[in-house]
Design a binder for this molecule. Structure first.
Ligand SMILES: Nc1ncnc2c1ncn2[C@@H]1O[C@H](COP(=O)(O)OP(=O)(O)OP(=O)(O)O)[C@@H](O)[C@H]1O
Length: 256
């Protein structure tokens, strides 16, 4: 559904990344790893159509993003920001309902179909019990789930998530990662960034490693997340340890 061809992305004349080529299938979860300042957010802004490619193309179902109306992009691709403290005390239900904005005509109010979509999104994320709570009065983890529900309410086909586990405690990280797996099981493609390479093993079908403005590796977690690739990315020694009994792999930096 998403086809990125020889993309250069950045700001003005300054390229942050170049030569990026990859495709994303419906229901695929792609984890983007890279150091601070590596260009993950800039790439996301380009995929959302907020920044124009400096070169190359981004195709959504075969159509160049640059030729699509903003509304069509917003209906297909939803962005999940990091959970933040909102300024206004909306209920969680109303925050989730805001995810329908791209589906409403100008000045229209949400109707029964919009409310039903919001309820489905709340249920899918398992946060129906929070619907009446005030968004500014729930925890960071609950807010992150509410933001994912908001994105889901718009019935997108691709979710772009910038560090969805940042600032979450261990339990909420696990909850968000397992929700990402469920979304991709529902056929929704997900692109997420994280600073924890272990997360790639928990939720991603494929991993893209961004370093020095280039895609240095792209493939299944077991093939791409290795001590060598993590040394290149982060400049530290990392042990990548399979847990055969759990069918999992964990990453830990080797310090001291
Ligand atoms: N609005 C902007 N105008 C110009 N340059 C920018 C802008 N925003 C970010 N940059 C630069 O683009 C480069 C990539 O930044 P970006 O935020 O995309 O990295 P990132 O991988 O998301 O980093 P982090 O992991 O720290 O969030 C950095 O050198 C940054 O200073």
């Amino acid at each position: 559904m998403l086809d990125i061809r020889d993309l250069a992305f950045g700001y003005g004349a300054r390229a942050v990344g170049t030569g990026l080529t990859l495709t994303l299938e419906p229901g695929e979860a792609l984890c983007l790893l890279g150091p601070n300042g590596g260009g993950k957010t800039t790439l996301f802004k380009t995929l959302l159509g907020l920044l124009r490619p400096l070169a190359g193309r981004v195709l959504l179902d075969g159509t160049d993003l640059a030729t699509l109306p903003r509304r069509a992009i917003a209906q297909a691709i939803a962005y999940v920001p990091q959970a933040h403290a909102a300024l206004f005390p909306f209920s969680v239900r109303d925050v989730v309902l805001m995810g329908r904005a791209s589906r409403l005509s100008a000045f229209a109010s949400p109707g029964p179909a919009d409310r039903a979509a919001a309820e489905r999104a709340l249920a899918a994320l398992g946060i129906g019990h929070l619907a009446e709570r005030i968004y500014t009065e729930i925890s960071g983890g609950e807010r992150q789930l509410a933001l994912i529900a908001r994105a889901l309410a718009g019935e997108p086909r691709l979710l772009v998530m910038d560090e969805p586990t940042a600032s979450l405690d261990f339990g909420n990280q696990a909850r968000v990662l397992s929700q990402i797996r469920r979304l991709s099981d529902l056929g929704i493609a997900v692109v997420l960034s994280t600073h924890d390479p272990g997360h790639a093993f928990l939720c991603a079908d494929r991993v893209a490693l961004l370093h020095g403005g280039r895609l240095v590796a792209l493939g299944p977690p077991a093939e791409t997340v290795t001590p060598d690739s993590l040394r290149l990315l982060y400049g530290v020694e990392v042990a990548v340890v399979p847990l055969p009994e759990q069918g999992r792999t964990v990453c830990t930096p080797l310090i001291g």
